[in-house]
Design a protein around this ligand. Sequence first.
Ligand code: HEC
Length: 146
Amino acid sequence: MRKPVPALTVFLLISFFASAQATKPAPRTAYYPVPVTAAREPNPVKSTPESIAEGKKIYSYDCASCHGTTGDAKTDVAKELKIPDLSDPAVLKDRTDGALFYILKNGHGDMPREGDRVKPEQLWDLVNYVRSLARKPPSAEPKPSN
Ligand code: HEC
């Protein structure tokens, strides 16, 4: 016959696992993984003013309601859904264009997918537009030469 496991041991084990769960850091919304092959997909559409203008058009009816006209996530729904600020250059700096394309096409969490609603070329225009929302970081300013 097996000896019964002492209640204290059980209690300690449970509280150990419970506290391990509780101390796990909350997931960062911005950095869930995208399949590597998708992330490596090169952007075939040059970020020309025409492409950005086309992306802006789609953004204004499919995206601005959640993300805000300038992408700065100041809308009520943005606060509620914890939508990232796309005008903050830090937010998308580690995302490739291919990764953004994948996210826009497939959606993520509370963000709906564009799916086949728009043509792939238009999705790349959207990627180019989203990139253009980022405020220029101060380090992008030319350094004084001396
Ligand atoms: C219903 C509201 C909603 C709409 C509409 C919406 N989004 Fe989002 N978006 C979100 C939410 C919520 C997140 C955060 C998702 C997450 O991290 O799981 C997000 C995240 C993003 C991100 C960051 C992705 C990352 O993690 O790197 C980008 C870029 C983005 N959205 C662009 C767009 C574009 C472009 C459109 C229009 C085609 C759009 N969104 C439409 C709610 C929305």
